[in-house]
Ligand binder design. Structure first.
Ligand code: ATP
Length: 512
């Protein structure tokens, strides 16, 4: 069922111009995708919502746009040259390559699902009297599963910390984790694989230097920390936000736009006084979760996952996981990055990256709390939860993309009932009335019902139909995507109605 839903999302994305495989006519490029005419609009609207919520709504957050290429020493200082590795393992029978950590986490998730099953069974058995907390704390089978999960993760974290890849392999074997494709346990050793793409700057003759395509946008913020703090006269606590491309040579690139080799991140680094970072970490966790929930998808689609194995730069980290068609997976990360990055850049550059805090009269390197979300994953989250098939009263089916209206690619479709009698001209008047504020689509081809369906499929919240009566009294029919309800209003009211229904500002208002 979930599989079908995912296939549906992928084929719908292609059929309606949201996402195409990159270089399709050359049979595509693995894990690289292009956004089509509707996709680019939806993606821009998601960006605008993030930028609005982070930069526009916070006096103490500013946005920048730094270059993808950065001085190569950046990546030595940040730890990416030495530590931005994934442990990979191959199955010799299927020839498939996996991330060892993902295999182990999926295995642990299966055990967690067994607990869920026990819970469901018990809830049924005990009925009203069921006390979930008590059951979790006392049932021996559940306790056994929990212990097992913890033991596996503890051993994995310990092995990774000690760079003991042989034990990671041993853990996979001890747990009898099988290749999902071949079903065998015929594994290679676990190896580390650096995820950065390298490229050359300058011609070889001149002694070209190796650059990396940035694997995260965050470093562009750290390198500009002092520039922004000084020129923007920023006082701690303050944030710097950025949206931009990042590149990772992912080992396992699948699940459509969930894991790409070229993708976009929306990141914000929040600079705080040392010792206050945990408060800010908690507060950003809550704020970011609220941003997600404000979209109106069911709250049960979100959960936090606290990291057990922390990245080399972090002292606390959590993911906001989303219920994708293939299960709960990371959508956004919130990390307490300490002063690691700025300190490293001080050391490697020899330049001071400090802040004089007038309130306490001290100089220090600020601590950083980061919020980092993948724009493409967010796009997939929105698309997969919004695409639904309804059965109408007459038994027919309707496919509708009920995205929140402010995210919809097109806000209004203007449809002349007939392609004659001056109706197209009148419809063009409607387009001209609205196009300065909104993306408007004009469509005169096919029967009106078919045109409505086309707009439903790309998520257009409002359809405005112009008919003969429109010529007489300047009224039009407005049809709402979600309810299919139709109302007749004067053209004079159209601008206000559209803005009320689709504006981003109303949505931003919900957050404050
Ligand atoms: P994962 O564990 O799924 O590889 P990560 O923990 O490496 O992700 P971060 O380094 O925390 O990811 O990056 C922040 C965000 O960037 C992630 O939450 C995700 O939304 C997005 N992201 C990371 N890698 C990719 C990718 N290959 N394709 C698309 N989005 C990505």
């Amino acid at each position: 069922m979930a599989d079908d839903q995912f296939k549906n999302v992928i084929s719908h994305a292609k059929e309606y111009g949201f996402i195409f495989q990159s270089s399709e006519i050359y049979d595509g490029l693995s894990a690289v995708y292009d956004y089509g005419q509707c996709g680019a609009l939806l993606k821009n609207n998601i960006k605008a919502y993030w930028w609005g919520a982070m930069v526009q709504m916070h006096e103490n957050i500013v946005g920048i746009d730094s270059a993808i290429f950065m001085h190569p020493t950046t990546w030595k200082a940040s730890g990416h040259v030495d530590a931005f590795n994934d442990p990979l393992i191959d199955n010799k029978d299927s020839k498939k390559r996996y991330r060892a950590d993902v295999l182990i986490e999926d295995h642990v998730e299966k055990i967690r699902q067994k607990i869920e099953k026990e819970l469901k069974k018990a809830a049924k058995r005990f009925g009203e009297a069921f006390d979930k907390e008590q059951y979790l704390a006392t049932n021996s089978r559940v306790l056994g599963y929990q212990e097992k999960m913890k033991a596996i993760m503890d051993r994995f974290v310990k092995a990774m910390d000690a760079e003991d890849l042989a034990d990671v392999k041993q853990l996979i074997e001890d747990e009898q984790i099988k290749c999902p494709v071949s079903g065998s346990m015929n594994w290679t050793d676990v190896r580390q694989f650096n995820l950065m793409f390298g490229t050359q700057m300058g011609s070889v003759a001149e002694g070209a230097s190796t650059l990396y395509l940035r694997p995260e946008t965050a470093q562009g913020i750290f390198l500009n920390y002092l520039n922004v703090q000084k020129t923007g006269r920023m006082k701690i606590p303050f944030g710097i936000a950025q949206i931009g491309k990042a590149f990772r040579n992912e080992i396992v690139a699948r699940q459509f736009i969930f894991r790409m080799r070229e993708f976009e991140q929306m990141e914000m680094q929040f600079f705080v006084r040392p010792g206050t970072e945990m408060e800010w970490y908690e507060s950003w966790k809550e704020k970011r979760l609220a941003w997600h929930k404000s979209l109106g998808f069911d709250d049960s689609n979100y959960r936090f996952h606290d990291h057990e194995k922390l990245a080399h730069y972090a002292n606390a980290a959590a993911d906001i996981e989303f219920n994708f068609p293939f299960g709960f997976k990371e959508l956004e990360g919130i990390h307490s990055r300490t002063d690691f990055d700025l300190k490293q850049h001080e050391e490697f550059s020899g330049k001071k990256l400090q802040y004089f805090d007038p309130e306490i009269g001290e100089n220090y390197v600020p601590y950083v709390v980061e919020t980092s979300i993948g724009l493409d994953r967010m796009f997939l989250a929105v698309l997969s939860k919004s695409l639904i098939t309804e059965t109408l009263e007459d038994g027919s089916k309707r496919t509708v993309l009920n995205v929140p209206a402010f995210l919809a690619p097109y806000k209004v479709a203007v449809l002349p009932l007939l392609k004659k009698d001056g109706l197209p001209e009148k419809a063009r008047e409607v387009v001209n009335l609205l196009k300065f504020d909104h993306m408007v689509q004009y469509d005169e081809k096919d029967a009106i019902g078919k045109r409505y369906r086309r707009q439903d499929a790309i998520g257009t919240p409002l359809c405005v139909t112009v008919d003969h009566q429109s010529l007489e009294d300047n009224t039009v029919t407005v049809r709402f995507r979600d309810t299919m309800e139709q109302i007749r209003i004067s053209m004079d009211e159209l601008k206000a109605l559209t803005s009320e229904k689709v504006s981003l500002s109303a949505q931003l208002g919900k957050l404050s």
